[in-house]
Write a protein that binds this ligand. Structure first.
Ligand code: ARG
Length: 589
């Protein structure tokens, strides 16, 4: 618990001033409103306290309370009742609104104290305690390309896993590999022709992809190839050990390779599963259940579920030759996961190109009357256009990482002096590059398409990944440059009065105070962009403060210490927001 020196407040459900410092100020505002506007309750008033627009801390829109009196009359009551206190310094009536300005000293002191007391726990909450979420993301296809769509799923999924953890949920991260389907029959046929153990060991993902491309070409000229492939896949589905042997090795080597690449991206999975892992029994059970419920139609030997009533077309669940398909594996797979994990929620991070597919299998599960079907969530996202390296098209994840790193490395070398001061330029340029890729990906709403642009994303100017890292590095350097101030004395002995006269310092403190809300909003919206916006707003506020809120050279030790405390708090929270985005904050660059 972060101790507070403010007067005590009545509790409001859903709030927790001990972990979310601004809740205290909001409750005090709500109390002022409800006291003046009886019979409005404290809870009702609280729900009406919003962040203010530019220059205002909090704002209440009076009409939302639906009270019989006019806003002017209501405002008058609130103002007559108002007395400045440790929470609120002043209020202002403006048409339908009342704006509240917080007491600066309390704001700065309470915020910095809470950040210090809670340490790495600042910003997290326990709203998801006791609940379990399974998050499926990344899910590339073995032997096909790892395209930017998979990269987006990886980036957004890793973010969601962090957010749910920060909100107290038990999280299981799952990678559902595309490791099954007729294409594996095709690759098997291709492997006989073009395969090489040596190449496979060297880079399984690339080798299998090359084979896949070649055999697809062959198949265009020779229809026999497809027939062979279908026969082979049939044997795989029947569990024929001789047909499965190679496939097993391909899968294992591919997973190994992916694991090292995910590691570099700071992304980790608890479970690698895949389409191949969905048991035949779950699939058969699903089809039986659908049959019994009268949901299946026969169409020239294939079986389908008619979803036209729901504007979702007709979903084929079994092919004529009896082999399973993508959709059915998702249906059976979901049921298996529920049996295994008994999740409270399951999230699929899948491109909006598959909206129909996901809507279909969610609907089928609902029609099958699984009570947990309503706990499934599809987090979708738009397309990434125009990603290629400077040499050509990108198809592999390691190419993306490598290219980002190379571009950053070249950038860094342009400033020789700085470059020489960096201890590990390899690691640093890779992290900078990856940060650039991630920030570009998460800057706008998920559903938007965007153009992959190396120059823009890896620039140090504008709201880019490297800029964010730079902001953090700069904050991290203050301690190194002012060792005489460290360690800071007990925080209660620091005189923050000198900070309260600076509007820049006040703005930083207020932003820092909003961080717990930023995390809560991310949980609700599943949007990384809100966190990215926060990180940039904070970085901009800090950069505006540099010239006036100076540490180095400040002779008044009290002042210097207070400022140092402010910047340390800013660094901690900026780093926390970056980690939430799966970015590793750099100490130097
Ligand atoms: N492997 C699929 C693809 O690359 C994505 C899998 C998405 N997840 C799922 N449960 N269908 O298109």
């Amino acid at each position: 618990m972060a101790s507070s020196s403010l007067p005590s407040l009545p509790p409001v459900s859903g709030t927790d001033p001990s972990s979310s410092v601004l809740d205290a100020f909001r409750i005090s505002i709500a109390k002022k409103i409800s006291d003046a506007l009886e019979p409005l309750t404290l809870e009702q008033a609280y729900a009406g306290v919003d962040y203010g627009k530019k220059g205002e801390d909090f704002t209440v829109a009076l009409p939302r309370f639906r009270l019989p009196e006019k806003p002017d009359a209501l405002a008058k009551k609130v103002i007559e009742n108002f007395q400045a206190d440790d929470f609120v310094a002043s209020i202002k009536h403006d048409k339908n609104f009342i704006h509240f300005q917080l007491n600066t000293t309390s704001l700065v002191r309470e915020t910095l104290t809470q950040i210090h007391t809670l340490g790495p726990q600042y910003g997290v909450n326990t709203s998801g305690k006791g609940q379990k979420v399974l998050i499926e993301y990344s899910s590339p296809n073995i032997a096909k390309s790892f395209h930017v769509g998979h990269l987006r799923s990886t980036i957004i999924g890793a973010f969601l896993a962090n957010v749910y953890k920060a909100c107290g949920w038990e999280v299981i991260s799952t990678n559902y590999l595309g490791d099954w389907g007729t294409q594996f029959g095709l690759i098997a046929v291709g492997y006989e022709k073009y395969g090489s153990q040596e190449e496979l060991q060297k880079d399984a993902i690339k080798h299998l992809f090359d084979i896949y491309v070649k055999i697809n070409k062959d198949a265009e000229d020779d229809p026999e190839v497809k027939v062979e492939a279908a026969k082979f896949f049939r044997r795989m589905e029947d569990g024929d050990e001789s047909a499965l042997k190679n496939w097993r090795e391909w899968r294992e080597l591919s997973v190994k390779k992916y694991e090292t690449e995910y590691d570099r991206l700071n992304v980790h999975f608890d479970v690698y599963t895949g389409e191949s892992q969905v048991g035949q029994k779950s699939i058969d059970d699903a089809i039986t259940r659908l049959n019994e419920m009268g949901l299946i139609e026969d169409h020239e030997g294939a079986k389908l579920v008619n979803l036209e009533k729901y504007k979702l077309g007709k979903a084929v669940v079994r092919k004529k030759d009896g082999t399973s398909i993508y959709l059915t594996r998702d249906i059976g797979g979901a049921a298996e996961r529920y049996e295994k994990y008994k999740f409270d929620k399951m999230i699929y991070v899948i491109s909006s190109q598959q909206d129909l597919h996901v809507a279909q299998f969610f609907k089928v599960l609902e029609l099958m009357e699984f009570p947990w079907a309503k706990s499934l969530v599809h987090v979708n996202y738009g397309l990434v256009q125009g990603m290629s390296t400077r040499k050509g098209t990108v198809v592999f994840l390691n190419q993306i990482i490598k290219e980002a790193k190379t571009v950053m490395h070249e950038q860094m070398q342009k400033n020789e002096e700085k470059y020489n001061a960096v201890e590990d330029p390899e690691m640093t340029s890779e992290e900078l590059g990856i940060t650039g890729v991630k920030i570009q990906d998460m800057s706008a709403k998920r559903i938007n398409n965007y153009n992959f642009n190396w120059d823009r994303m890896l620039s140090f100017e504008g709201d880019t990944g490297p800029y964010l890292q730079y902001a953090h590095v700069r904050l991290a350097s203050i301690g190194r440059k002012n060792p005489h101030l460290l360690p800071l004395p007990s925080r209660s002995e620091i005189d923050i009065a000198t900070l309260t006269t600076s509007t820049h310092a006040r703005e930083i403190a207020f932003l820092l105070g909003t961080y717990p809300d930023v995390v809560k909003t991310a949980l609700k919206t599943h949007e990384p962009s809100g966190v990215v916006t926060f990180a940039f707003r904070l970085s901009h506020a800090i950069s505006s403060a540099w010239e006036t809120v100076v540490v180095k050279g400040e002779e008044d030790i009290e002042k210097a210490r207070a400022r140092m405390w402010l910047y340390e708090s800013a660094r901690d929270v900026l780093a926390a927001s970056m980690r939430l985005l799966s970015i590793t904050p750099l100490e130097r660059m």
